[in-house]
Design a protein around this ligand. Structure first.
Ligand SMILES: [Zn+2]
Length: 140
């Protein structure tokens, strides 16, 4: 069975079921289809189609997909800034941060890997530590 949206010459819209598209063609050719509202035998398939709507929605969907969210942009900018201005010390982060703090190492901004325990210990000694979301923590 096929459901068609139909339209008469007076632009009345209605729906009807047919066993096949051939059955629709045959009934319409023989004038056996009539408008439910005005009884007109001049019937055609309605031009109303769901594909018109989906076509309009498509660019919006693609736009959302390709546009990175604000968080990603901010993170990318932050990472760029830090990598430009700070020295990467890797696993020596805690040692180096302490050395800078106590004047044993030249003062500069550094970033690297640390454990939560090390970070907490630095914080307790009054050394500022900021977690960076893209750097993996060392496992204890
Ligand atoms: Zn009609």
């Amino acid at each position: 069975m096929i459901k068609y949206k139909l339209q008469c010459e007076n632009l009345h819209h209605f729906e009807s079921w047919f066993s096949s598209s051939d059955a629709y063609d045959k009934l319409n050719k023989e004038g056996l289809l009539s408008c439910e509202t005005c009884g007109s035998n001049s019937i055609s398939k309605s031009l109303m189609s769901p594909s018109v709507n989906s076509k309009e929605k498509k660019p919006l969907k693609e736009g959302l997909k390709s546009k990175p969210n604000n968080e990603q942009i901010i993170l990318k900018e932050l990472k760029k800034e830090i990598e430009k201005n700070c020295e990467y010390v890797g696993e020596n982060f805690e040692k180096e941060a302490r050395a800078i703090h106590f004047g044993d190492s030249p003062e500069r901004s550094i970033y690297g890997k640390t454990t939560l325990k090390e970070a907490k210990s630095l914080y307790e000694d009054g050394i500022p530590v900021t977690p960076l979301p893209w750097i993996d923590r060392k496992t204890n």
